[in-house]
Write a protein that binds this ligand. Sequence first.
Ligand code: ADP
Ligand code: MG
Length: 572
Amino acid sequence: MGKIRLLTDEVASQVAAGEVVERPASVVKELVENSIDAGARRITVEFARGGGQLIRVTDDGAGMDREDAILCLERHATSKIRSAEDLSVVATMGFRGEALPSIASVSRFILATRSRDGETGTEIKIAGGKIESVSDCGVAPGTSIEVNSLFFNVPARKKFLRGEETEAAHIIYQMQSLAIAHPEVTMTLLREGRSIWKAGGTSDHGVRVVDLFGADYMRRLMVLEASEENGIKLEGYLSKPGEGRPDRDQQFVVLNRRVVQCPAVFRALREAYGDALPRGRQPLGVLRVSMDPLAFDCNVHPAKREVRLHRPELLKQAVYLAVRRMLESLNSSTRSAATETRVESPRPALATIPAMPHSSRSFERPPQMELPVSDLIIPDTPEERFQIIGPLGAHWIILEGKDGLVLLDVRAASERILFENLRREAASGNASSQNLLLPSLIDLAPKDAVWISENLEALRSTGFHLEPFGGDSFKVEAVPACLASSDVRNALLDVCLSLRSTGLMGSSQPVMDALIRSVSRFASSNGFQYGEQRARHLVNELLKCELPYACPQGRPTLIQWSFSELERKFGR
Ligand code: ADP
Ligand code: MG
């Protein structure tokens, strides 16, 4: 006898439910998106015991008449698309017609709904996918869906749920995402009957950010002015330099009204911040992207969390450039006018260094201080700012500043100086380069050779003069002046690695930055012979930099112990 059997409808729908209904937070997402699709202006979400006991979503949307209320519980019943072609341009949140039947098949489910012109409402009770009753009920126009005892009939799935606190945290995060993506809708979130937050509908995205995360959070962000290029519209609120978190929990990318996980955008964002954030930190905030729905596919993930872009590099580039512009505007404006955060600073560009953590709301993990340099204030007057005391070990120089003891990391400082000089030179088209006595022939692995030949232009503008020499070989005639005493082959391999890590070709800014970062890192690895003159030169050059406080990879260049801290330590 054959081994293959058809599953009963019941089992089949429970299997399908697993795709859409991973956990209570996914139920919340599906129900709230339905409410949004129904044109709701007001949505209330309640949950109890991590959502496992109860999830109730109530809206004032279009509601349904009795026929639709029964039909919507059938698999593949949707009012949103009719043909496969519609899929590519869906403007609604849902379109597969499988959420309601899936949820109803794994819970005790009550749907109460009334259309705007309906005389009376309909209530349908379902347990484990079986309709128990359909009756009239008195409800306001709109829809309320109650999901009780989620997974009560699928013990295997229930076992996979985490503790109540974890599931609650997922729901709260999910609701934050939905509220961020739909500021025009009033949303209320209640847990065990108590309100966690309420956000009034608004056309001002900034208001929504403050409602959800508080004014302290907003103070850590700056405005990304709206821009549009290649059909990609960008705007939002993103971290001020130095304001990051070790994870992306408070970074939201909204693509056409949907919070999405889009690695290309995540990477571009982080790269754009470069050394404006310490290593390992991610920017906070909300980036809104609007683009033609034909430019990506959102039908790739069961919960539509991920999207597939047809041209990811276009979006990546747009994000990178917009964020760089935003950060650079801060640099130039803070040079002429002190910002509200650091009015006491005699050198206003200090607003760009990591600020002390602001007090934060309870749901935010306390940010950690990474760079102890944050209170370091560099005086504006050039006269010798710091007194040089001498070298410390192989890597540091001891300085005395007005406010205390300062250690300078020689390598980090050299990298920063080289990076900014090279970037300036490359931008003006005259990067200084050093001819090699004899041209150097270098054979590369094929995958490295591709990156070099595709980025020849970028390499040239940083001072490399090289040309393909057949196969995977290159003839190097000159290198950036700062690499004059470095091993050419190793330098080129290092550059290659950095170029590959960008995933980009051509002479775009991210490529140039990666290239310059790698050259300055390599050039600074040669060591430093201490001498007072040299040390003074290094300090002066560093203080001339735009971002003197960290190397291009985000490591600190200067660390300070203030006199008051020293006094405390010595018990004075
Ligand atoms: P989809 O959203 O993919 O269409 P669902 O199973 O989530 O599939 O919903 C099925 C249908 O039920 C929707 O297309 C819509 O017509 C109707 N519906 C669901 N929720 C609501 C609601 N809150 N208000 C009005 N209609 C709803
Ligand atoms: Mg839906």
